[in-house]
Write a protein that binds this ligand. Structure first.
Ligand code: PXP
Length: 244
């Protein structure tokens, strides 16, 4: 069975749109309450990205989720000393190390493990020592996958954004093939294979056929559907499409 990590960042995006400077009172919607409902509907984990600019998820959300999460908390984080320290203090079950660029709307590219080897290696080593499962969010690129294995990362999350963007174009086949090859390679090197970014209720029919998939992390499309159906129905429907 492929596991589903529900990324709830955009629940906080909606809250921040109105209550950025609020000190309390009727502050809505609450990402922690959403996470509880997503778990009740079958989410296998809750994913949040504590960005350096704190544009959506706030520190307090993450600490509250640490207390309330009944499944697995996966913290997406930039590879910085401050975030490494935060994660070690928090002690989530998992972290996903992502690149972070202040101007981007969402995480746009994969991590450059080759270019930033020393920093990434130190962060992975710290997580391994603390018993926190670290994954590296990388493009489906042979060199990045091999280096992830070399530096001792137990998991990679393959960036499915290029595939999702190419979905309605002739480039889709090639992008899918890149993901397939990267998944085979990672698995062969003893690394767990997760994937995420741009996965929706349509492309999931193909994404789910990638080999060796452990977990998919999905945010935007589930939260978008939840606006119409509620989060429980949105989670149940995605899980049914992932594991028909
Ligand atoms: N995985 C990672 C590492 C991400 O950064 C994101 C986007 O925040 C996602 C998965 C989820 O992407 P989407 O919101 O497009 O489903």
């Amino acid at each position: 069975m492929i596991l589903l990590g529900v990324n709830i960042d955009h629940c906080a995006t909606l809250r921040q749109a109105r209550y950025r400077d609020s000190a309390g009172g009727q502050v809505e919607p609450d990402p922690v309450a959403l996470a509880e409902r997503a778990e009740r509907a079958g989410a296998d984990g809750i994913t949040v990205h504590l960005r350096e600019d704190r544009r959506h998820i706030q520190d307090r959300d993450v600490w509250r989720l640490k207390e309330s999460c009944a499944t697995r908390l996966n913290l997406e984080m930039a590879c910085t000393e401050a975030m490494t320290e935060f994660a070690l203090n928090l002690g989530p079950q998992a972290v996903c190390i992502v690149p972070e660029n202040r101007a981007e709307v969402t995480t746009e590219g994969g991590l450059d493990v080759v270019g930033g080897r020393e920093r990434v290696e130190a962060c992975v080593a710290a997580m391994n020592r603390a018993g926190i499962e670290a994954s590296l969010f990388i493009g489906p690129d042979e060199e990045q996958v091999r280096l992830a294995a070399d530096i001792g990362a137990p998991v990679v999350e393959l960036h499915t954004g290029a595939y999702a963007n190419a979905y309605a174009t002739p480039g889709r086949r090639a992008e899918f093939e890149r993901l397939r090859e990267a998944a085979e390679l990672a698995h062969g090197l003893g690394i767990k294979v997760n994937a995420g970014h741009g996965i929706n209720y349509v492309n999931i029919a193909e994404v789910r056929t990638l080999p060796h998939l452990n977990e998919l992390n999905i945010g935007h499309s589930i939260l978008s559907r939840a606006v119409f159906t509620g989060i429980e129905e949105a989670v149940r429907e995605m899980k049914a499409r992932m594991n028909p």
